[in-house]
Design a protein around this ligand. Structure first.
Ligand SMILES: NC(=O)c1ccc[n+]([C@@H]2O[C@H](COP(=O)([O-])OP(=O)(O)OC[C@H]3O[C@@H](n4cnc5c(N)ncnc54)[C@H](OP(=O)(O)O)[C@@H]3O)[C@@H](O)[C@H]2O)c1
Length: 263
């Protein structure tokens, strides 16, 4: 299998990161993964290698919410290959009214979902701009479009990702750069470990839920078409298209309903 290009996927060993790896594996990319627990990383790597026996897959077990993790991850990846595509996918969410959530847990989430994404984007952007080539795919969320009661901090981290990534694409356009930033906004995904503690939240069976396979297909199709903004899933694209016609108060009412615990 040709390995002329390289993709680095954070959180590649499960969920949409794993599903996206299948598309990049099919296209002959060398794949680099960074995830947390070593057992899961090893098992997922074996599974992917069984699908693509000639795949060049490198894995790094690292907690990306740690302060120096992004710099260390960057240095590890650089010594393996030039990164053509960076996918900032690793992330997690918290649920509940703010005072009921451990502050340390949310601080770790902010470090992972915001600071690490910012830092990896900055580090690889410099290299990509020097080559005038490369793509950064930042996985945000439909929760980035409006405040989300019971998930306010998570939604705020994703609002940062959406604005930062879309703003960066604007700047790249202004500078005439060929580097691309693609912002991806999935709705609630039913079948990933992310949602295992949140299965009782209505949105995972709600108006616009999706699956990891559907998200990965949309990301790959968007990537191939050169898109810079991708709302994933047919149902979510419909709601995104009509949301400007819906008054803010109704949007918030529907969002509140979506995050109710219904189990
Ligand atoms: N699931 C949803 O409903 C949904 C909706 C919209 C957007 N998203 C976003 O989509 C992305 C992927 O989520 P997913 O649904 O595919 O869930 P997932 O399967 O749990 O994937 C998250 C990945 O991030 C890794 N990760 C988590 N914490 C980490 C840390 N501290 N250091 C390194 N890696 C870490 C996880 O590895 P370990 O499991 O090994 O820790 C896992 O591989 C996330 O950014 C999420 O916010 C998810």
């Amino acid at each position: 299998m040709a390995t002329s290009k390289t993709v680095l996927i954070t959180g590649g060993s499960s969920g949409i990161g794993y599903e996206m790896s299948i598309y990049f594996g099919q296209a002959g990319y060398r794949i680099l993964w960074i995830s947390k627990p070593p057992d899961e990383l090893g098992q997922a790597a074996d599974k992917l290698r069984a699908i693509f026996p000639d795949l060049e897959l490198h894995t790094l077990c690292k907690d990306l919410s740690a302060p120096k993790a992004a710099q260390e991850a960057y240095e590890w990846a650089k010594q393996i290959a030039t990164i053509d595509v960076l996918i900032n996918n690793a992330g997690f969410g918290t649920y509940g009214f703010l005072p009921t959530i451990e502050m340390e847990e949310e601080l770790a989430m902010i470090r992972l979902n915001v600071l690490t994404v910012y830092q990896l984007t900055r580090l690889f952007l410099d290299d990509m701009m020097a080559r005038d080539a490369g793509t950064i795919i930042n996985i945000s969320s439909n929760s980035s479009f409006q405040p989300v009661a019971r998930m306010i901090t998570y939604a705020s981290t994703k609002a940062f990702i959406t604005h930062f990534s879309r703003g960066l694409q604007e700047e790249l356009d202004l500078q005439g750069s060929k580097v691309r930033v693609m912002t991806v906004c999935p709705s609630a995904i039913q079948d990933t470990p992310f949602s295992k503690d949140m299965r009782g939240v209505k949105t995972f069976n709600g108006l616009a839920y999706t699956t990891a396979a559907e998200v990965a297909k949309d990301v790959w199709d968007g990537f191939e078409k050169g898109k810079t903004f991708q709302v994933t899933g047919t149902k979510m694209r419909f709601f995104y298209a009509i949301r400007r016609l819906v008054p803010y108060s109704l949007q918030q009412y529907l969002t509140r309903k979506e995050t109710e615990w219904v189990d």
